[in-house]
Design a protein around this ligand. Structure first.
Ligand SMILES: NC(=O)c1ccc[n+]([C@@H]2O[C@H](COP(=O)([O-])OP(=O)(O)OC[C@H]3O[C@@H](n4cnc5c(N)ncnc54)[C@H](O)[C@@H]3O)[C@@H](O)[C@H]2O)c1
Length: 328
């Protein structure tokens, strides 16, 4: 199996690559389990930290047709298309968001179509697909009405990927991912960046600003569950998706106040007191347009996972990223 991961230097791309390499085999389009022989990590910056003879690290722009033709070939069995500019950045730079989040998706799909080998194509969408007037729990068949440029670009990508699948050019799988939390490393330009920051920064002994009200409801998944579900999205029988290849993945529905309370339970009140509550209207406008809860019957029936609870997510972050060490 030859796998292409666009955005392969990002958080999910790097972790996905490691998980695929550790697993060693994946199911091809004919349902046969085959050894993974090559994982290409394509990104505008060089992927680091995935040392394996099966890995090819390629630096390039996902919106560059020649660069894509070099990495997406008739030998590519599966594409995980993760390259994107995140929500805050796509809102700040309309042209960049359209080019990377939409035009490049079409470019990849056209390349896959021209190759003619019907690769599996996994596209990661987002809760930002939804907005406007929403039910308390959003069902799978609810019409997306995004309220951000990023959300519009994701919905357009969802439909394109589904359509290229319907036409038989690819084996399409669109996964609407919950917000991944706790995200290690530095804050990013996603409007949801605070959701990880209010846990991560206090655990590192520094203050974090929470720009939304404690009542704000988030739809979350740990990095571990997000990666497991991306691989499951590749492995699961495509016929099980039914008439649409677009699927909302399971998550945890948690208020930001409950997240802070979980941090206090797991790491102590002094740690949780490092969260400074300072509302930011621009971030609230985007985050409050997203649903905080979904009905995921289809994904549940297909065997996708969800985290047990937010306390466990905090504990897993401490174990995996901090070596089990709590702040002094
Ligand atoms: N992390 C989340 O909470 C979350 C939730 C829902 C959906 N998603 C989606 O999952 C995917 C991966 O998310 P992530 O958290 O790993 O994000 P990330 O920002 O860590 O990774 C995205 C990668 O895309 C790369 N990229 C940006 N512009 C590029 C270009 N022109 N050419 C090539 N590469 C380019 C970046 O360098 C980065 O490494 C994205 O599509 C994102 O929209 C993420």
């Amino acid at each position: 199996m030859q796998i292409l991961i666009t955005g392969g230097a990002g958080l999910l791309g790097t972790r996905l690559a490691k998980a695929i390499l550790a697993r060693g085999s994946l199911t091809d389009g004919n349902g046969a389990l085959r050894a993974v022989t090559k994982v290409t990590l394509f990104d505008i910056v060089a992927a680091a930290g995935v040392d394996d003879a099966r890995v090819a690290t390629v630096v390039g722009d996902v919106a560059d047709a020649a660069a894509i033709a070099a990495v997406l070939t008739p030998q590519t069995d599966a594409v995980f298309h993760l390259a994107a500019v995140v929500s805050g950045q796509a809102e700040a730079d309309f042209d960049l968001g359209m080019r990377i989040n939409l035009d490049a998706t079409r470019l990849l799909l056209e390349r896959a179509r021209a190759n003619g080998n019907r690769p599996k194509f996994i596209f990661t969408s987002s809760v930002a697909a939804f907005g406007g007037k929403l039910p308390a729990r959003v069902p799978d068949d609810y019409a997306p009405m995004p309220q951000s440029s990023y959300g519009v670009q994701k919905v357009a990508g969802e439909l394109l990927v589904n359509e290229y699948g319907r036409r038989g050019f690819i084996d399409a799988r669109v996964l609407r991912m919950p917000t991944v939390c706790v995200r290690p490393g530095a804050p990013n330009r996603a409007a949801s960046s605070f959701a990880s920051g209010i846990i991560r920064e206090p655990l590192n002994g520094i203050e974090a600003i929470c720009p939304v009200a404690p009542e704000t409801v988030m739809w979350l998944a740990s990095p571990t569950v997000a990666i497991a579900n991306m691989i499951h999205g590749h492995e699961v029988d495509g016929a099980g998706f039914g008439s649409s290849r677009i699927l909302s993945l399971p998550g945890l529905s948690v208020t930001v106040g409950e997240m802070a309370a979980a941090l206090a339970r797991v790491a102590g009140d002094a740690t949780a007191a490092r969260i400074a509550w300072q509302r930011d209207a621009a971030i609230e406008r985007i985050v409050n347009s997203w649903p905080g809860d979904f009905i995921t019957d289809r994904a549940d029936a297909l065997g996708f996972e969800r985290d047990a609870g937010f306390d466990d997510i905090v504990r897993a972050y401490i174990a995996q990223e901090l070596g089990g060490r709590l702040p002094a």
